[in-house]
Every structure is written in structure tokens, then in C-alpha cells.
Design a protein around this ligand. Structure first.
Ligand code: MN
Length: 221
């Protein structure tokens, strides 16, 4: 059982869904094509990593990429009926990193194979504390940044998503009944890049908070 934090309490995490290719400038930098519906994949809940935990550099690839993302926690069981109905399934919002072995992902994609080993490995889903209170800004205007060793690498705003958060929940809910504690990584903006051993990654949003993780120096993976 994996516990995450919501408004200062522990909550059991259920499944971890992720959305790929959800910001135009990231699609361009990846030389991908704009999808006509949300691209959904998943990670096991055992890939979640709470803030402050050291992340071992994976032993099965060479290029560990950060992808800073807004992360949604589902608060209600059911299947949204339409986009506006989907909003009531949001139980909390946080920030996280969809860590990716980019060299392995490129190789798997080129061969038309599933990319689990590149995306769903141990420690691949660092996630911060969730908040249920976004104040005035709402789901469609969450700005966030990622700094690595103090340098800004990514800047995003949920207003620039191709598929917004209600649309994402509607799409997932067409396939899976949403459950409280389900966690959804909503896609990364442009600026993805590599992390090295000893790097410190800090994600921050004025409406959510600030969370950090360090890549371990040794070869613990
Ligand atoms: Mn991602």
C-alpha cells in the first residue's frame, strides 16, 4: 500500500495514470504528432516517491529524463458522464515528475514495443503533497516550474494543455471506473532533459507548493 499526502493527511494511492503528449511545444521537441484524444498510460503505485526521498539512478538505461507535471488525485468513485461532470472527481492537485528512461523509450517506440520499462520503473513517479484548495486560480490556470540545481528548466501552465483536466478524467473514465486515490499525471510542457547523479530537482507552483527530490550519488538501483 502506498500512502500519499492530501491536505496534511495520509491517503492510500490507487492506480497511477499518466497522459502523454499534452503540450504542443513538448510534442514539437519530441518530434511526436498531436494526438486527437488523450494518450493514456500507467505506472504501478509502487513507483510513487514522496518528497525528500533520494531517487536511485536506474540501472537499466543511461538517459534519465525529468518531466515536471501537474498531478491530480481522484476523490470520488464513478465514471464522469461529460466534461463538466468530470470536475467533481478532482479530490486534490499536486506536482510531480514523470521520470523517463529516454534512451530506452526511443528504442522501444522505434520497435513498436510497449514502453513500460522506460516509464513505469521503481521511483519513476515522484509526487508532492496534494491540496484540495486551489483558491481563485482553478484547474485551468495552474502555473508551475521545475528547477534543477537551482536553474529553471521547465515552465508550464495548465491553460496550455491540449486536453484539460476534466477532459483527461472523462477519457480515463471511459475505460476505467475512477476510484478515490487514483493519481493522474497530466503531461509535461517543453524543456525536458537529463538528470545526473547528485542533481536536485525542485517543482514549484504558487497555488500548490514546492517539492524536491535528489538523485542519489551512488549506484543503488
Ligand atoms: Mn509525461
Amino acid at each position: 500500500m502506498m500512502l500519499v499526502r492530501l491536505d496534511g493527511h495520509s491517503v492510500e494511492a490507487r492506480r497511477v495514470f499518466c497522459i502523454g503528449q499534452n503540450y504542443a511545444a513538448h510534442i514539437t521537441e519530441m518530434k511526436s504528432e498531436t494526438p486527437d484524444s488523450p494518450v493514456i498510460f500507467s505506472k504501478p503505485s509502487t513507483s510513487l516517491v514522496l518528497p525528500g526521498t533520494k531517487i536511485p539512478f536506474p540501472g537499466h538505461g543511461n538517459e534519465l529524463h525529468y518531466e515536471a507535471e501537474v498531478v491530480v488525485m481522484v476523490g470520488t468513485e464513478g465514471r464522469p458522464e461529460h466534461r463538466d461532470d468530470a470536475r467533481r472527481f478532482v479530490g486534490g492537485v499536486s506536482l510531480g515528475l514523470d521520470l523517463t528512461m529516454r534512451d530506452l523509450q526511443k528504442e522501444l517506440r522505434a520497435r513498436g514495443l510497449p514502453w513500460e520499462t522506460a516509464k513505469a520503473f521503481d521511483y519513476s513517479a515522484p509526487v508532492g503533497e496534494f491540496t484540495s484548495d486551489l483558491g481563485e486560480s482553478g484547474l485551468a490556470n495552474i502555473s508551475f516550474t521545475l528547477r534543477v540545481n537551482g536553474e529553471v528548466r521547465q515552465k508550464g501552465n495548465t491553460g496550455r494543455m491540449i486536453f484539460d483536466i476534466p477532459t483527461i478524467l472523462l477519457a480515463i473514465g471511459r475505460v476505467w471506473t475512477l476510484l478515490p486515490g487514483d493519481i493522474v499525471f497530466t503531461g509535461t510542457p517543453e524543456g525536458v532533459g537529463a538528470l545526473s547523479r547528485g542533481d536536485r530537482a525542485v517543482v514549484e507552483s504558487p497555488v500548490i507548493g514546492k517539492f524536491e527530490w535528489e538523485i542519489a550519488v551512488g549506484c543503488e538501483a
